[in-house]
Design a protein around this ligand. Structure first.
Ligand code: ADP
Length: 597
């Protein structure tokens, strides 16, 4: 059960009240007691004096045994001095009393004041008097004659006047006491409140601080104590410091977050319990994680790829960095190559508490590497074919100097053809690498001029070849479009497309060059009525050395680099090239070039 705790005010205030009540009560009690005893003492002294004054008179009368005179005297003196006077014989018999007839009064020998007077020379008692039936103070002294006690002189006074006076004092003191209690209750309430007030203010501000409101400041009034003021100042200092530190931490976190989320590399931090601690956007993308906010979730619930899972578990077990390539099969066709590098995560005590894995998607890099290898293999292969022929036939010519003239001419012709082929391969390769290099460093020279120049030049250079095969080249150029381009490169691209169109067309046909202008692009299409290209080859047509029919291409003097050059020229203009083809109907190659560079 939860105990309801008291507030500081309810701890202080009742304690104050109790202490004040007890203190005041004690003071009042002591005062009243002192007052009462002072009052009683005064009365006792008064009674003693009166008794002593009257004693000689009554001593004489007792000695003369004049009891009647004693009664008359007692009556007179007692009434005159407003004091009850009682004359008692040592036997206890009353011989004079101004308040009652002595004959009717019982023996007083055992009255405490009488006994004390007989024994000690004086006696005082405060008690209920049976004779008068009231509370009275009695004082008694012995009446002496020749050193013998011959009687007891007793003076007494009723206490009701005294008690009335005392009660009146009690009443006033009690009233004063209650007024004081009320005043001190208010004073201690105010004191408790003013003691607790600064703490209350600091408590409220501390709660606001705990909720993240760092602008809160403690403001105390000048009535509050110096300690409270210092406490408030210390609190404000803490709030300012905390605010500054949190701001620094937040800024650092934001910077880290910015770096973390803008990284191209995927980063994932996993703790020893295989729970994901942090993951950045790139990792979500690279690892194809569709769930959001996976931090704190177990690895196996989020990453279902076995290779990846294995790698992270392996990295978790290692104390040294791990570097590994993994292939992820996303689906049957698409595979992703990741380079994962891990490093152990250390806590502040330098103990291993997890692992940090950085992923790089190197699929593209791998593709490039593969393409490069293929390219090197293709180049070697393409160059070796004519070289082997040249080498073989030239060796035959050297070995057999007496070879018939006809054969010699045939061999020399072959050597010549292959050397031309070698030259065109090398020339095409050089062209390609030049365009690639210039595109990379953005060095392609673009001039704002009419497209017709490049087109006319290309047609002019290919015309003879076309005519030889009875092919007509038609130019459909409705308007003279002027835009920024590299005329000689575009001319080269059109020549390549025209050459292909001529090579792969049957005789007696047409090649149409159409120029159209769209909102943002200019499209130059070269359309032939040739053999067409099977669809499965279209996607790879622009790769280096890719040919649909290798033998036919070689026969026609092709290098397999023509379309690749076209593609790179288009890319150099930030454009593209497309192909549409239908078997036995023809093909359309389109260069799409942006009007604005
Ligand atoms: P090549 O030097 O072999 O012509 P290209 O890169 O210019 O090399 O062309 C690649 C391949 O594309 C050619 O081998 C040919 O099979 C095919 N091709 C290109 N243009 C045409 C076309 N207009 N009609 C039919 N096939 C073509």
């Amino acid at each position: 059960m939860k105990i309801k705790r008291k507030t500081l005010f309810w701890k202080l205030y009742p304690s104050f009240l109790i202490i004040l009540f007890i203190s005041l009560l004690t003071i009042v009690m002591i005062a009243l007691w002192s007052f009462k005893s002072f009052y009683y003492q005064e009365r006792a002294v008064d009674l003693e004096i009166r008794a002593k004054i009257l004693t000689p008179e009554f001593s004489r009368l007792i000695q003369s045994q004049n009891y009647q005179e004693i009664q008359i005297k007692a009556q007179k003196l007692g009434d005159e001095s407003s004091t009850r006077i009682t004359i008692i014989l040592p036997s206890g018999k009353i011989i004079g009393d101004n308040k009652k007839d002595p004959a009717t009064m019982d023996n007083h020998k055992n009255r405490p004041e009488v006994e004390q007077a007989t024994r000690y020379g004086k006696g005082l008692s405060i008690r209920y008097g049976h004779t008068l039936s009231i509370d009275s103070m009695y004082f008694a002294i012995p009446i002496m004659a020749q050193d013998k006690i011959i009687g007891i002189m007793r003076t007494s006074t009723p206490l009701y006047t005294l008690q009335n006076a005392l009660w009146s004092i009690y009443y006033k003191v009690s009233l004063g006491f209650f007024i004081l209690i009320i005043i001190t209750a208010f004073a201690s309430w105010w004191m408790s409140k003013s003691l607790v007030r600064p703490l209350e203010i600091i408590k409220v501000q501390a709660q606001r601080l705990a909720k993240g409101d760092f602008s809160s400041r403690v403001q105390l009034s000048s009535n509050d104590s110096l300690e409270s003021e210092q406490l408030g100042q210390a609190f404000n200092e803490i709030a300012i410091q905390l605010n500054q530190r949190i701001e620094i931490i937040l800024n650092q976190r934001n910077e880290q977050e910015a770096v973390f989320s803008s990284m191209i590399e995927g980063v994932i931090a996993v703790d020893s319990n295989k729970k994901i601690l942090r993951i950045n956007q790139a990792a979500y993308k690279i690892l194809k994680i569709s769930e959001k906010n996976i931090e704190g979730i177990k690895l196996k619930n989020v990453i279902d790829n076995i290779e990846l899972h294995k790698l992270i578990l392996f990295a978790l077990k290692q104390d040294t960095p791990v570097r590994q390539e993994i292939i992820i099969h996303n689906n049957a066709e698409h595979e992703q190559v990741l380079l994962a590098q891990s490093a152990p995560l250390l806590d502040i005590h330098k103990n291993k508490c997890g692992t940090l894995v950085v992923f790089n998607d190197i699929t593209k890099l791998k593709e490039f590497e593969l393409q490069r290898k293929e390219f090197v293999a293709n180049v070697s292969h393409e160059l070796r074919t004519p070289l082997t022929a040249i080498q073989g036939f030239s060796e035959t010519l050297i070995e057999y100097p007496d070879l018939a003239q006809e054969k010699r001419s045939y061999f020399i012709n072959i050597i010549h053809t292959h050397s031309i082929r070698l030259e065109s391969i090398i020339e095409n390769l050089l062209t390609l690498s030049k365009i690639e290099k210039e595109t990379e460093v953005d060095e392609i020279d673009l001039v704002n001029e009419s497209i017709t120049i490049a087109l006319s030049n290309a047609i002019f250079l290919c015309k003879d070849k076309a005519l030889k095969r009875s092919i007509n080249i038609i130019l459909n150029n409705a308007e003279d479009i002027i835009f920024k381009h590299n005329s000689s490169l575009i001319e080269q691209a059109i020549i390549n497309l025209l050459n292909n169109a001529i090579k792969y067309s049957n005789g007696n046909s047409e090649i149409k060059i159409t120029v159209t202008k769209q909102e943002h692009d200019i499209i130059i299409s070269v359309e032939d009525q040739g053999s067409g290209i099977p669809e499965e080859h279209l996607s790879r047509l622009f790769e280096r050395f890719y040919r649909v029919d290798k033998a036919r291409s070689r026969e026609l003097g092709g290098t397999g680099l023509g379309l690749s050059i076209v593609k790179h020229i288009a890319l150099a203009h930030k454009g593209s090239v497309t192909v549409n083809s239908e078997i036995n109907k023809g093909s359309i190659f389109s260069l799409i070039l942006p009007l604005e560079q």
